[in-house]
Design a protein around this ligand. Structure first.
Ligand code: ADP
Ligand code: MG
Length: 349
């Protein structure tokens, strides 16, 4: 069953030359956690506000749990949509306690019981009487989440929920928030510009650029099989090379030789394509056919990110590679590599 369906949704703010959301179609399954991932200004917050009913689109339809809430001649106001929202700054009332803040979520009777039940679900039992300033960032976030879930929403929307947290707490809250949402059995849409957030919390990720959908898939899918150059570059590091499909249909002929690929989308041999190669695919090999000079290195603890200036018949080509830190490689060292097909994707341009 589909919990949220956007069909060709469009939103252009007055005075802006380009739409903030441009013909966006996206379906979120019931119980699914979907993340909208994209750079700042690509239309993520606008998309959430359109789903919640805080903005009216210029075109397209939005349905929640099978009911059209926005469409030609149709409009359901925000308070009737059964949408829970967690704002980027949590938007807690400073003069209200934890339980009073949470009790703002559910409408009608039994607010207090529901608020206590929610406080327990978001692991705040015992802290019901505290005020927001007496809570840590992670606890404040759980209050906001408790409030959003307390109204039994069809869907909960979270705008950059981890951006105000430091690294340790961020890792912890990614797990915590995902667990709470799954325990509540709610459908959720997260919005983030942070790749790690998206890969960590999502069942599926929708990558957005300039208000348009670039690709939607599982975290593994979008990392391993980017379908566009933008996704390849935004979802981690990647080297993009031009080439053509090889005669065996499972490789691409490029300036650095034949690159093995997992799948080539049944494209015909000789077809001009691009190929995205994640650094994970370059394996150091003293016998490897790809050889070059290490030009830039960035120490990352368990691995070193490096730029390899590879020698080819037609001059140097820059490749993004990983090196083991034990190797003690310096800039200027010559190294050899071969390519594993696991993190290679064909981009049909
Ligand atoms: P994101 O959340 O991905 O950073 P937004 O949805 O906030 O992006 O914004 C998308 C685009 O729409 C941006 O270019 C932004 O400047 C513009 N925009 C957002 N809100 C408004 C508004 N209320 N009025 C005019 N332009 C807006
Ligand atoms: Mg935003």
């Amino acid at each position: 069953m589909i919990a949220i369906e956007l069909i060709k949704v469009k939103k252009k703010y007055p005075g802006c030359s380009v739409p903030a959301v441009d013909n966006l179609s996206l379906a979120v399954e019931k119980g699914e956690i979907m993340t909208i991932l994209g750079p700042s200004g690509c239309g993520k917050t606008t998309t959430l506000r359109l789903i919640a009913g805080f903005e009216r689109p210029d075109g397209g339809t939005i349905a929640l749990a099978g009911r059209t809430v926005t469409g030609p001649g149709q409009w359901v106001p925000p308070e009737k949509r059964k949408v829970g929202m967690v704002f980027q700054d949590y938007a807690l009332f400073p003069h209200l306690s934890v339980e009073e803040n949470i009790a703002l979520g559910p409408p009608g009777e039994n607010r207090k019981e529901k608020a206590d039940e929610m406080a327990a679900l978001v692991n705040l039992a015992g802290l019901e009487k505290r005020y927001p300033h007496e809570l840590s960032g992670g606890q404040q976030q759980r209050v906001a989440l408790g409030r959003a879930l307390a109204g039994n929403p069809v869907v909960v929307l979270l705008d950059e929920p981890f951006s105000n947290l430091d690294t340790d707490l961020r890792n912890h809250m990614r797990r915590e928030v995902t667990k709470i949402i799954k325990a509540a059995g709610t459908t959720a849409v997260f919005v983030t510009h942070d790749l790690k957030d998206a890969l960590a919390v999502s069942d599926r990720v929708a990558v957005i650029r300039d208000g348009r959908l670039e690709q939607v898939g599982t975290p593994v899918d979008i990392y391993r099989h980017p379908e566009t150059e933008f996704v390849a570059a935004f979802v981690g590091k990647s080297t993009i090379l031009e080439g053509e499909i090889g005669p065996d249909h499972c490789s691409v002929k490029t300036a650095i030789g034949m690159i093995p690929c997992g799948h080539t989308h049944n494209l015909p041999a000789g077809r001009p394509v691009k190929v995205s190669i994640r650094p994970d695919s370059f394996e150091q090999d003293t016998e490897g056919d790809i050889r070059g000079i290490i030009r830039e290195t960035t120490y990352g603890g368990n691995e070193i990110e490096a730029l390899l200036e590879a020698h080819t018949g037609n001059g140097p080509v820059n490749l993004q590679v990983h090196i083991h830190p034990e190797e003690n490689v310096r800039e200027g060292t010559e190294l050899r590599f071969h390519v594993l097909p696991e993190f290679v994707a064909v981009i049909d341009s």
